[in-house]
Design a binder for this molecule. Structure first.
Ligand code: NAD
Length: 273
């Protein structure tokens, strides 16, 4: 169910499934999408300082009536705060906007060169102080993870990366599995661009499911945490309705064969923001 969790290497339980809110407008849009999701049974919300909607996410959490401890809230420190050495201030600002006294997961949004190790020290301190239940990274390739772990006291619990059938990230997934770092997919639906893929459509038809549901089910069967975004209540409900069917081994193989190492987002080894 939507409440099913993976256990991170520090024992904290994180839902396999959640709502992403990238590019969701602060105000009514963010408020309504998060409230609809929680009403539909979602317990995990993925935001970031960059998305500029933490205020509305926080308001939705309050208005949802679901006890705080039943929710799993993720936010992220943005690159400019790494460059300005203002990670601690950024964390405090996010907490105030969210109206929370802790977050469940705090992520280093991108591996800013020459900065992410210092950033990690701040996250480790916040974690040890009990301000964050789990700490992790985002957009880290194997080289970034190895470099970070060469100095880290605490291994990241999560690595959130672009991952979908056209960018399967097999090597990174294997590496993270060995290191007990939970992989989480961003843009699981290829930001909506994979929904007309003929192979996915055919598999979906054979299960009487939508293409989105097939992709999200593929994530779960691969032990990938997934956080599809939608602001439409009907799609928020549809995306979560993936616990009543199972992809066959042959379906999984067909989807696995679609990988083209095709990124829609920036390359973590070479980005300029
Ligand atoms: P996504 O793959 O979740 O696609 C979302 C888009 O797909 C929607 O805007 C909508 O157009 C379409 N869609 C969703 N459900 C649908 C359905 N059932 N039927 C038809 N169309 C549907 O893309 P995303 O929002 O970029 O990624 C998900 C989340 O990952 C984000 O919201 C954000 O929380 C996170 N994210 C993180 C990073 C990072 O750098 N860490 C980057 C991008 C996104």
């Amino acid at each position: 169910s939507l409440h099913d969790t993976t256990t991170l290497h520090n024992g904290v339980k994180m839902p396999w499934f959640g709502l992403g809110v990238y590019k969701v407008q602060e105000g009514e849009e963010a408020l309504q999408s998060v409230k609809s999701a929680i009403k539909a049974g979602y317990r995990s919300i993925d935001t970031a300082a960059l998305y500029e909607n933490e205020d509305s996410v926080g308001q939705a959490i309050k208005e949802s009536g679901v006890p705080r401890e039943e929710l799993f809230i993720t936010t992220k420190v943005w690159n400019s705060d790494q460059r300005n050495d203002s990670v601690l201030e950024a964390f405090e600002t996010s907490l105030v906007k969210l109206g929370l006294d802790y977050v469940d997961l705090y992520l280093v949004h991108w591996p800013v060169k020459g900065k992410y190790k210092q950033t990690w020290k701040v996250l480790e301190k916040l974690y040890k102080d009990g301000r964050i239940r789990a700490i992790g990274v985002s957009n880290f390739n194997i080289n970034h993870l190895e470099d970070l772990m060469s100095v880290a006291e605490i291994k990241p619990m999560v690595n959130q990366v672009e991952l979908h059938p056209l960018l399967a990230q097999s090597e990174l997934r294997n590496f993270c599995k060995k290191q007990e770092i939970q992989i989480e997919a961003w843009a699981p639906l290829g930001q909506g661009r994979l929904l007309e893929h003929p192979v996915l459509k055919e598999i979906a038809a054979s299960h009487n499911k939508s293409t989105a549901q097939v992709i999200l089910r593929w994530d779960l069967q691969n032990e990938i945490v997934t956080i599809p975004k939608s602001v439409k209540e009907s799609r928020i409900i549809e995306n979560a309705n993936i616990f009543d069917f199972v992809l066959r081994e042959s379906d999984m193989e067909k989807i696995n064969a679609l990988n083209e190492n095709n990124r829609y987002g920036a390359d973590p080894d070479n980005f300029n923001f």
